[in-house]
Design a protein. Structure first.
Length: 69
């Protein structure tokens, strides 16, 4: 295994379905323009409540990707 240098950035995904779906949507969207995504770390989970029910989830995460040579 060779040495790697990673860059990280913060994203916030949202979903009406679940927190897991919010994470998957954020990573899928980021992967369209960022190559070599290797890891993610959830830093915050929050949501919006409407009429006593969860209306949508918001998940903030950091993703890490390798820098090209």
């Amino acid at each position: 295994m060779s040495d790697h240098v990673y860059k990280s950035l913060e994203l916030t995904g949202s979903s009406k379905k679940s927190s897991d779906d919010a994470i998957k949507l954020a990573i899928a969207k980021a992967s369209k323009t960022i190559r070599d995504i290797r890891w993610f770390r959830v830093t915050e989970i929050r949501g919006h409540v409407d009429d006593g029910k969860v209306a949508y989830w918001q998940v903030t995460l950091k993703i890490g990707f390798t820098l090209e040579d």
